[in-house]
Design a protein around this ligand. Structure first.
Ligand code: 2PG
Length: 248
């Protein structure tokens, strides 16, 4: 049996301000840092340890990993930061307040943009200052690999190669892995791992900073998965994430 721990980053400034974030590189709040530290404690209490870490190239996921690994006295393990683990690109919604967007376009439309499998938000125009073409962290990519918007389906297709080509072989080689990423890049990964349908994935919301343990069989099929930490608090946090796209 193999194990991997998946974790959404701790609370970010734009989580606190309830803004669509996507590929915008937003840092953690003090609460987010405390969540990451607490995650480290929970992982220690569960007797887990790691020898390889994965993150996106966005600082909210990287810092979450740093703080969690610091708590575990594991800052020395290799950290691989991969753009394919980035959050889903939120297109022209990036930066907008979710509740205000719902007040303008309606809760149903925002739900569709947030959680439908194949409806992307309006794309950024290529000359939009929010576009990532000139960001040095993506300089090695082909222009067409850098999104201007994405639906979850697009995210699944760009996350899969790093899972298949790097993470899955490392798990099979016996590496004990922690992966720090984002609400929707993790939804993409979990959809694939658990074989969740295009419809049912709409109901899955991931809380900030809570370690999610996946036990996998020899074919890397999940045997079971569970969050560490207080079940009631986690259920409340998931419900709060689901409610972020409603007009107040
Ligand atoms: O803003 C975002 O990029 C994501 C994750 O924080 O939000 P949502 O839960 O609305 O998809």
């Amino acid at each position: 049996m193999y194990k991997i721990v998946l974790m959404r980053h701790g609370e970010s400034t734009w989580n606190l301000e309830n803004r669509f974030t996507g590929w915008t590189d937003i840092d953690l709040t003090e609460k987010g840092i405390a969540e990451a530290r607490n995650a480290g404690r929970l992982l220690q209490e569960a007797g887990l340890t790691f020898d390889l870490a994965y993150s996106s190239v966005l600082k909210r996921a990287i810092r979450t990993l740093w703080v969690t690994l610091d708590q575990m006295d594991l800052m020395w393990i290799p950290i691989v930061c991969h753009w394919r683990l980035n959050e889903r690109h939120y297109g022209a919604l990036q930066g907008l307040n979710k509740a205000e967007t719902a007040a303008q376009y309606g809760d149903q439309q925002v739900l569709k943009w947030r959680r439908s499998y194949d409806t992307p938000p309006e794309p950024l125009t290529p000359d939009d200052p929010r576009a990532s073409f000139n960001d040095p962290r993506y300089a090695h990519l082909k222009r067409e690999e850098i999104p201007l918007t994405e639906c979850l389906k697009d995210t699944v297709y760009r996350v899969l190669p790093v899972w298949n080509d790097e993470i899955a072989p490392a798990i099979r080689a016996g590496k004990k892995i922690i992966l720090s990423a984002h609400g929707n890049s993790l939804r993409a990964l979990i959809k694939m791992l658990d074989g969740i349908s295009d419809e049912d994935i709409a109901g899955l919301n991931i809380p900030n900073g809570q370690p999610l343990v996946y036990e996998l069989d020899e074919n890397l099929k999940p045997i079971q998965s569970y969050y560490l930490g207080d079940a009631n608090a986690i259920a409340a946090a998931m419900k709060a994430v689901a409610g972020q796209g409603k007009a107040k």
